[in-house]
Design a protein around this ligand. Structure first.
Ligand code: SMG
Ligand code: MG
Length: 369
């Protein structure tokens, strides 16, 4: 495939409400959109990193530089031989930066599939038309505020609730949600690395609440710690930040560090590696679910397609657009009886709304290929 242009476009979108995690609070989402132009198609993807390197070591400004100075030149060297399948191996000599690699691979895959008239869902191997939607609920100032938020998400039809936790905001919010909404609500928690193995006894106090899983309690590089923790508590451990490749997934599973995996395509370098993780987990009987990074409709479309694969057996952070945005960059993803529909058009299967794009763009950079 011959690429003519790559454009990096920085956009900022207001969030409907601030989103607080154990590492910070966001009231807007900033991202870099990548647009890849070929003779016959235009591919789009969005960078999953945040302005600051707090979720992982990647951050948006760093991503722009790495893409422009280190990744794109390697792809240019391939000339007309470039395909999405060659992106990861071509970029492998550059250490790290999975989110920057992912945004390029995804935009190229989108253009390639649009040229071929094939959807992400079909290409990746989705086996359903709709995926069950969960919602991630941030840390709040009070239990009353939390219960009101959970109540309205349940009323909207979300099929699973994930509470963000941190030391000082863990047992009480879980207990409050269980007491108010009962034991049948599918409930899980996400610590974003906020604990250490010394907190094992404390985390064990979550056991009576029947949570689906405890996501990433310990540091991302503490695989052994998670394996120890898994022996000390009953709640299943799910890894997010720790898993950046199918090899990581195989190792974590073999060591007993997790019994569930959150797959975020951006975190693992793209949708093709994400599918490999899905396959490794399936081969080991480990269920997976699709994570989120507050995606606009662009990233959400591709995530929802991935979540259609057979071993995505738990509801994902594949919420409706309205969870974060009053005005999305594409036609909004909506909840239909707790599910989100997988786009079936070519590529990611959604169109960018040009007026919205114009309004939210803060800068852009064109790279001639
Ligand atoms: O897209 O709904 C979403 C976000 C879900 O909680 C979510 N993501 O660790 O899983 C996670 C967090 C990381 C994002 S924090 C900016
Ligand atoms: Mg997480």
């Amino acid at each position: 495939m011959k690429i003519e242009n790559i454009e990096l476009r920085r956009v900022t979108m207001p969030l409907v409400s601030p989103f607080r995690t154990s590492f910070g609070t966001a009231s807007e989402r900033e991202t870099t959109l990548v647009r890849v132009t070929t003779a016959n198609a235009e591919g789009w993807a969005e960078h999953a990193a945040e302005p600051d390197p707090l979720y992982s070591s990647e951050f948006l400004d760093g991503g722009d530089v790495v893409i422009r100075d280190h990744l794109v030149p390697r792809l240019q060297a391939l000339g007309g031989r470039l395909t999405a399948e060659l992106v990861a191996t071509t970029l492998a000599p550059v250490k790290g930066h999975p989110m920057s690699k992912s945004v390029l691979e995804t935009a190229i895959l989108d253009a390639q599939l649009k040229e071929a008239g094939t959807s992400f869902a079909h290409h990746l191997g989705a086996v359903r038309d709709c995926v069950p939607a969960g919602v991630s609920v941030g840390i709040m100032d009070s239990l009353d505020e939390l219960l009101a938020a959970v109540e309205s998400y349940l009323a909207e039809g979300y099929l699973r609730i994930k509470l963000k936790i941190e030391p000082g905001w863990d047992l009480e919010p879980v207990r409050a949600v269980r007491e108010r909404f009962g034991d049948n609500v599918l409930l899980q928690v996400d610590a974003n690395t906020a604990y250490t193995l010394a907190d094992a006894r404390h985390l064990g106090q979550l056991d009576p609440f029947g949570l689906l899983l405890l996501e990433q309690p310990l540091a991302e590089d503490d695989i052994l710690g998670h394996a120890h923790l898994a022996k000390l508590i009953q709640t299943p451990i799910c890894l997010d930040e720790s898993i950046e490749s199918a090899r990581d997934a195989a190792a974590a599973i073999a060591l007993g560090a997790c019994s569930v995996i959150n797959i975020k395509p951006a975190r693992v370098g793209g949708y093709l590696e994400a599918r490999r993780i899905h396959d490794v987990a399936a081969a080991n009987g480990v269920p997976v679910w699709c994570g989120g990074m507050l995606e606009t409709g662009i990233g959400r479309a591709a995530n929802v397609a991935l979540a259609g694969l057979p071993n995505f057996v738990l509801p994902g952070d594949t919420s409706a657009s309205s969870r974060y945005y009053a005005q999305d960059l594409t036609a909004p993803f909506v909840l239909e009886e707790g599910h989100v529909r997988i786009p079936r058009g070519p590529g990611i299967g959604v169109d960018i709304l040009p007026d919205v794009l114009g309004e939210i763009t803060t800068s852009s950079m064109a790279i001639r290929f």
